[in-house]
Design a protein around this ligand. Structure first.
Ligand SMILES: *Cc1c(COP(=O)(O)O)cnc(C)c1O
Length: 421
C-alpha cells in the first residue's frame, strides 16, 4: 500500500472512531461484509427491526387477526406520517401521510395546486428534474391545456434559484422541483424558490426523494405548500415501500385532489354515494394502503428519527467530503471529473463522478463487489447512507475503483447498456 493510501485509510479509521452514528451500522442486515454498498440512495439496506417487525406482523396480525387487523392498520399511514413530520421533515403532526407512490402523489398534489389557481396557465419545473416528475407534469399540462415551462439546469451544479425566479410571473400556478438533485446531489435553494413562488401567487411543490433521511427539510419555516417523497431510499423502507405526501396544514381543507377514493371520504364505512372528503391530510388518500410496506416504512422512519436528521446530515457531508478527497488524490488523474457540488453545504448524501467509460466502469465495480449507480449520460453515482456507510467502506470502494481504472480492467465489460441501471 502506498504512503498516500495509507494516510487516507488512517484518516478513515479516525473518522469512524469519532463517528457518533457508528453503532447504527449494527442495526442493519449485512450478509456479506465484503460488499461495498454505495447505492443506499436507490434502495436502502434492511433494518433488523424491520425484518423482525414484518415477521411478527405476518404471523400475529395478518396470520392470526385476519380482517380484525384493520382496526390497527387503518391508522398506519398517518402514524408513519407523524414520525416523518416530527423526526425527519420539520413538519407538524397531521401534515404528512403515507400513500401511493411518489409519482402518483406528485400527480395528485400538482393537480390540486393547479385547481387552486384557476386561470393561471403555467407550471414551472427544470430539465434536470427526475424523469417521472417531468412526465407527470407534462401529462398534467397536456390534459389541461397548460404550459410546462422548463428551466434549464446545469447537470452538476443543480437548479439555479436565479433561473427559476426569472421564469416566474403572474400566470404561474405551480413550481415543482426536486430538493436534492437525483443525478448530482445538488441541494436546491428551497426557501428562496418557495418565497419567490409565493411572491407571484404560485404554490410550491417539492420532491424530497433524495432529501428525506439525508438532509434537513425545512418545510414549515420555508412555508412549503406541498411535498412528496419515497421511503425506499434513505428511509430504508424496502423495495416498493409506499411514498409520503405533505400538505401544509393551512391549505388542507381548501385543496382537492383529483382521485376521489374512499380512503379520503368522511364516514368511509357509511358507504354513502356522494364524495365528501375529510378535512385532514387523509383527504389526499385514495384506496386500501399496503400494510406490510407501511410497517416497513414505519420502522425505517423510526430509525432515522432516532438517529436525528442533523447528525445524519453532518455525517453525510463528511462522507462526501472524504470521498472528494479520495477522488482528488486517486481518480482525477485518470479521466474522472467531479459531477457534484464541491461545497458540502450544497450537496446531499451522494457524490457523482463522470468518466467517458462510466458504464463499463460501473460493471467492473459490481464484479469487484462495489455497488454504485450508473446515471446517464456518463456518470457514476456513489450514495453514502450515513446510518450504515463507514468511512473505511468508502475508502475500500474507492481503492477498488482506482485499481479498475489504473489496470484498465473495465475495458473487458460490454459498452452496451442493460435495461435497469
Ligand atoms: C426515486 C425518485 C422517484 C421515484 O418515484 P416512484 O413513483 O417511487 O417510482 C421520483 N422522484 C425522484 C426525485 C426520485 O429520486
Amino acid at each position: 500500500m502506498s504512503r498516500v493510501t495509507d494516510h487516507l485509510l488512517v484518516r478513515a479509521r479516525g473518522l469512524d472512531a469519532a463517528d457518533p452514528l457508528a453503532a447504527f451500522r449494527e442495526r442493519f442486515v449485512i450478509t456479506d461484509p465484503d460488499v461495498v454498498y454505495l447505492d443506499g440512495n436507490s434502495l436502502g439496506r434492511l433494518p433488523k427491526a424491520t425484518r423482525d417487525r414484518l415477521r411478527e406482523v405476518v404471523d400475529r396480525e395478518w396470520g392470526a387477526e385476519l380482517i380484525r387487523g384493520w382496526d390497527r392498520w387503518m391508522s398506519l399511514a398517518r402514524e408513519v406520517g407523524d414520525v416523518l413530520a416530527g423526526g425527519v421533515l420539520e413538519a407538524l403532526p397531521g401534515e404528512v401521510v403515507l400513500s401511493d407512490s411518489t409519482s402518483v402523489n406528485l400527480y395528485k398534489l400538482a393537480a390540486a395546486a393547479c385547481d387552486a389557481r384557476p386561470g393561471r396557465r403555467v407550471i414551472v419545473t427544470d430539465d434536470d428534474n427526475f424523469p417521472t416528475d417531468q412526465y407527470i407534469l407534462q401529462g398534467l399540462a397536456a390534459a389541461r391545456g397548460m404550459e410546462l415551462r422548463v428551466v434549464r439546469s446545469d447537470l452538476d451544479a443543480g437548479v439555479s434559484a436565479r433561473e427559476v425566479i426569472a421564469a416566474l410571473d403572474s400566470d404561474v400556478a405551480l413550481v415543482s422541483l426536486s430538493h436534492v438533485a437525483y443525478r448530482s446531489g445538488a441541494v436546491a435553494d428551497l426557501p428562496g424558490i418557495t418565497a419567490a413562488a409565493h411572491a407571484v401567487g404560485a404554490l410550491a411543490l417539492w420532491d424530497l426523494c433524495h432529501s428525506a433521511g439525508s438532509v434537513p427539510v425545512p418545510l414549515r419555516s420555508a412555508g412549503v405548500d406541498l411535498a412528496v417523497g419515497c421511503t425506499y431510499k434513505h428511509l430504508n423502507g424496502g423495495p416498493g415501500a409506499p411514498a409520503f405526501l405533505y400538505v401544509r396544514a393551512e391549505l388542507q381543507s381548501t385543496l382537492r385532489q383529483p382521485i376521489w377514493g374512499w380512503f379520503g371520504q368522511r364516514g368511509q364505512f357509511d358507504m354513502a354515494g356522494g364524495y365528501d372528503p375529510v378535512e385532514s391530510v387523509e383527504r389526499f388518500l385514495v384506496g386500501t394502503p399496503p400494510v406490510l410496506g407501511g410497517y416497513a416504512a414505519l420502522e425505517g422512519a423510526r430509525i432515522t428519527a432516532e438517529a436525528g436528521i442533523d447528525a445524519i446530515a453532518a455525517k453525510g457531508r463528511a462522507l462526501g467530503a472524504y470521498a472528494i478527497e479520495l477522488f482528488d488524490a486517486w481518480l482525477a488523474p485518470h479521466g474522472f471529473a467531479l459531477a457534484s457540488p464541491r461545497d458540502d453545504a450544497r450537496r446531499g448524501a451522494h457524490v457523482t463522478l463522470h468518466h467517458p467509460q462510466a458504464w463499463q466502469i460501473s460493471q467492473a465495480l459490481r464484479a469487484a463487489n462495489v455497488i454504485p449507480d450508473f446515471r446517464t449520460p456518463d456518470r457514476l453515482r456513489l450514495g453514502f447512507a450515513p446510518l450504515y456507510t463507514s468511512f473505511a467502506e468508502v475508502c475500500l470502494g474507492f481503492e477498488r475503483l482506482r485499481e479498475i481504472v489504473e489496470s484498465g480492467s473495465y475495458k473487458a465489460f460490454p459498452a452496451e447498456r442493460s435495461r435497469v441501471t
